[in-house]
Design a protein around this ligand. Structure first.
Ligand code: PMP
Length: 386
């Protein structure tokens, strides 16, 4: 019997073989002409994936949290006012990061599973001269999808920099950075971007770079300072050697491959595939009698789902039994309700077979735990959608 398990958590995800093969080659010098070309290509491809032709891309060793830290470190000066639109755990993390750099932060916190209504966001933007707002496109703690297009437009209307945490959305959910007026997209490699953990990825608008360049005070974080990274990114774009911190060479080679695969699939096809996967998964979970944390279809992410455990199930043994069936799922993340729900990642290379295997395992464990669900009703929903 195969010992391999299927990883269905919301990052890291299962990666394509072609991407993993780029990790398994002898590491070239970071100033090798071939690698310089790979880095330069990756910067361009990342902008294409975020749909930002005039933006400035950054690829830096680190995680999504570093990308958030870079946003705050470079765009905030002490006393700046920031508005955090929070739909869960990662919204609140952004507020903490902004405060570290001296921002005066107002938090608009949605009810669990919901978004903050646009009228409330607009009222706040009208009432105070904010410099910056943040939104979590998909909050991985609640599986809630924010309306990035609408919030981007509000940012433009009130001349507030908009920063989108796209760690759980880039290359899965629809993002049109330039068209939607988003000033900074921050993300990481390990989710729908399809590369093992270790890369902080950012795309800044020309306006965001101008705001950075007009700063009065130095950036209070040496590693995150764009003044250190901008010349490096420019050099790689111009296919020239440069050094500030040693780039994670193999990860960047893997990134180039994954971004190429994403664009070969086509962004529209990819968004539509994620929509279909998300819809199928939610329909299957509901057919099994499970209630979702995200309150309705319109605000449900297609990158992951977050179902509540049925009340008659022992939550502590549920995920363990699913794992024994060969599927790795994630527990809840919101501190106040983490034992009440679990999370299923379904982004990137996920396919119909993965969904069937996952729902099959959930059905079987529910049934064996005494839940009244019928075997086959969840898998039938998946099949109906493909
Ligand atoms: N934002 C969101 C929406 C995330 O899902 C995550 C990671 N789960 C982060 C930020 C932080 O990313 P990382 O774990 O790579 O630091």
């Amino acid at each position: 019997m195969k010992s391999r398990k299927l990883l269905m958590i919301p990052g890291p995800i299962e990666f394509e073989n072609e991407v993993m093969q780029r990790m398994a080659v002898p590491t070239p010098s970071h100033v090798d002409p071939d690698f310089i070309n790979v880095f330069g290509n990756s910067l361009n491809l990342l902008k294409e994936v975020c749909q930002s032709s005039a933006g400035q891309a950054f690829i830096v060793a680190g995680t999504g949290t570093l990308a958030m830290d870079m946003a705050a470190a470079n765009l905030i000066e002490t006393g700046d006012k920031a508005l955090v639109i929070s739909t869960g755990y990662f919204g609140l993390r952004f507020a903490e990061i902004l405060k570290r750099y001296g921002a005066e932060v107002d938090i608009l916190e949605a009810e669990v599973g919901d978004i903050v209504p646009m009228e409330i966001i607009e009222q706040h933007l009208k009432s105070k001269a904010y410099k910056l707002l943040t939104l979590t496109h998909v909050d991985t703690s609640t599986a809630v999808l924010n309306d990035a297009k609408c919030i981007g437009a509000l940012g433009k209307k009130y001349n507030v920099l908009s920063v989108l945490d796209g760690v759980c959305s880039v290359a899965g959910e629809e993002i049109r950075q330039e068209k939607w007026g988003i000033d900074l997209v921050v993300t990481a490699s390990q989710k729908a971007v399809g590369v093992p953990p270790g890369l902080a990825l950012l795309v800044a608008s020309e306006h965001a770079i101008k705001v950075f360049k007009d700063r009065k005070s130095p950036v209070a974080n040496y590693y995150a300072d764009w003044a250190n990274w901008l010349p490096i990114m420019k050099a790689y774009e111009n296919r020239q050697a440069s050094y500030f911190g040693t780039p994670p060479v193999n990860l960047i080679m893997a990134l180039e491959k994954s971004l190429q695969l994403i664009l070969e699939e086509g962004l529209e096809n990819r968004f539509n595939r994620h929509k279909r996967v998300g819809k199928a998964m939610r329909a299957a979970l509901k057919a099994l009698g499970l209630e979702l944390v995200s309150k309705n279809e319109a605000i449900s992410s297609n990158a992951l789902s977050a179902p509540y455990y049925p009340s008659d199930i022992d939550a502590s043994t549920f995920l363990k039994s699913i794992s024994e069936d060969g599927i790795v799922l994630a527990g809840g993340l919101l501190p106040e309700s983490k034992s009440k729900y679990f999370r299923i990642g379904h982004m990137g290379s996920v396919n119909k077979a993965d969904l069937l295997a996952t729902i099959g395992a959930i059905e079987s464990v529910l049934k064996h735990s005494g839940s009244p669900c019928e075997l086959g009703v969840g898998t039938a929903e998946i099949l109906k959608h493909f």
